[in-house]
Design a protein around this ligand. Structure first.
Ligand SMILES: Nc1ncnc2c1ncn2[C@@H]1O[C@H](COP(=O)(O)OP(=O)(O)OP(=O)(O)O)[C@@H](O)[C@H]1O
Length: 262
């Protein structure tokens, strides 16, 4: 299914999964995020793009409450999370990939997913688990590894697999937390072009029944995957719309896309 098909399937007034109103962040004298209002519709894949230093990572940090805002409000699924702690945001159903779910290089792929699932089920502080609980977890571990195409490598150490497969593993450990909203921070960064299609497919499949907001510099990926695009520049929203609308904007072309992406 293309992003265009997904857009056509959206109800006219889809509910907001995540919204930010008047969000600002100052670092000393520097205004990193300047009065950003953003609405991410439920069930969509929403891209955040913009030149280096535009404030994309800072905005992700604000949304996940790792960075306290100077002003503004954030609502997740109708709940005001502006004053939440990062771990409360996770419990509320929003997870930034590669945040909680760091890959442990010395563990097997299977054990990496198991650790994330134990975290999800609140079992990570228990030294001993009854066999029945362990077996139930094994089924979930296998299903997640299968979902991201890593079943054949389940026993391999994370340090031994390719970069693309580590990224697939990161996606599995994020999915283990079963988030309603997933924030993906440059999922294609450092990826060999042969792996980009595979990871894009994984993201599309992972997005079924969830909302995804992703920072991505690869505009072909954004065009292929994303229903809606917000362009940030100098900490403020420069434009928002479908990829085609964004591409047609003279202002966006001048400040970010250049004339190269047709
Ligand atoms: N803790 C901080 N203290 C001071 N300035 C900061 C801090 N964090 C970020 N900045 C500044 O805020 C601006 C936005 O940075 P940010 O990393 O959010 O941009 P970005 O759009 O993610 O860039 P990139 O695409 O290069 O990752 C930059 O000028 C950066 O130097």
């Amino acid at each position: 299914m293309t992003a265009h098909d997904r857009t056509l399937q959206q109800p006219v007034a889809a509910r907001a999964a995540l919204s930010a109103r008047g969000l600002s962040k100052r670092f000393g004298d520097f205004q990193a995020i300047d009065d950003v209002t953003l609405e991410v519709a439920e069930g969509t894949i929403h891209a955040l793009i913009g030149p280096n230093g535009a404030g994309k990572s800072t905005l992700f940090g604000l949304l996940t409450k790792f960075i306290p805002p100077t002003s503004g409000t954030i609502t997740l699924g109708g709940t005001d999370i502006t004053r939440f702690k990062p771990e409360e945001v996770v419990r509320q159903g929003m997870v930034r990939s590669f945040q909680i779910s760091a890959v442990f290089p010395h563990l097997s792929l299977r054990d990496n997913v198991r650790v994330a699932l134990q975290h999800k089920h609140g079992l990570d502080r228990q030294f001993w688990l009854p066999e029945r609980r362990l077996n139930a977890l094994n089924g979930e571990v296998d299903a997640l590894l299968d979902k991201v195409g890593l079943s054949d490598l389940a026993g391999r150490l994370a340090s031994e697999v390719s970069y693309g497969r580590k990224r697939a593993l990161e996606l599995a450990t994020t999915l283990a937390l079963d988030p309603q909203v997933m924030l993906l921070d440059e999922p294609m960064a450092g990826m060999a072009s042969a792996d980009i299609g595979t990871i894009a497919d994984l993201i599309r499949r992972s997005g079924e029944g969830r909302t995804i907001i992703m920072v991505e510099h690869n505009l072909d990926v954004v065009e292929d995957l994303c229903d809606r695009v917000t362009v940030l520049a100098r900490g403020a929203v420069l434009a928002e719309g479908s990829f085609d609308e964004i591409r047609a904007s003279q202002e966006v072309r001048e400040s970010y896309m250049g004339a190269g992406h047709d």
